[in-house]
Design a protein around this ligand. Sequence first.
Ligand code: FMN
Length: 215
Amino acid sequence: MPHNGTDIAAPTVAVVYHSGFGHTSTLADAVAAGAGDAGADVTVIHVETMTEHDFDVLDNVDAMIFGSPTYMGNVSAGFQAFAEKTGRRCMEGRWRDKVAAGFTNSGAKSGDKLATLNSLAIFAAQHHMHWVNLGLGAGWNSSASSEHDLNRLGFWLGAAAATDVDAGPDQVHPADVQTCHHLGHRVALVTRQLNIGRTFSPAASAPAAWWAPAR
Ligand SMILES: Cc1cc2nc3c(=O)[nH]c(=O)nc-3n(C[C@H](O)[C@H](O)[C@H](O)COP(=O)(O)O)c2cc1C
């Protein structure tokens, strides 16, 4: 039966992030705007101020987009503290088959950010979530390109930004903001497609994710 998806509810997307100094917050807002522009119902959650209600929100969304600054070559302690609080949910498989994606920001152009995106993707995989990549080719990689290209830093796993360490949160590079907007938009569209598919073929349900001690 053909299906144009018009009767499918807006996908629900949560942007769940940590930011020590506000730069990753700027990117989180861009991710949220992108998802909203694609028709998603978006909730933005800073992990340091999140409540039990926010965890309930996460249990019920279709997709989560994780964001963390890169600190010492990995996710920040603030993000990891959040991740470790999800151990029981992971064990119970509560986020299984939700959509996930990620973004990060660092001072250096590379800054070992790939390790952060890897950590976010592994976190999602431990929850048995479906990781969505950035979906853009590399920008700023030829004589005809520039630092104003989308995906100017050339990442595929997620969205990556570089912000001078002496710049304010309002000075995050516009191309990085746009790249994050793109990620949010893409995740909302993929989630909607998945939701439409699930009206015909429900998400697989299966065993709890793993054996961690209950917390
Ligand atoms: C404790 C700490 C560790 C950092 N480690 C890195 C790093 O490994 N690589 C890098 O390029 N920048 C590093 N930075 C710079 C931050 O990634 C950068 O300032 C970023 O914009 C901070 O984002 P936020 O304002 O959202 O916290 C570090 C900053 C701090 C405070």
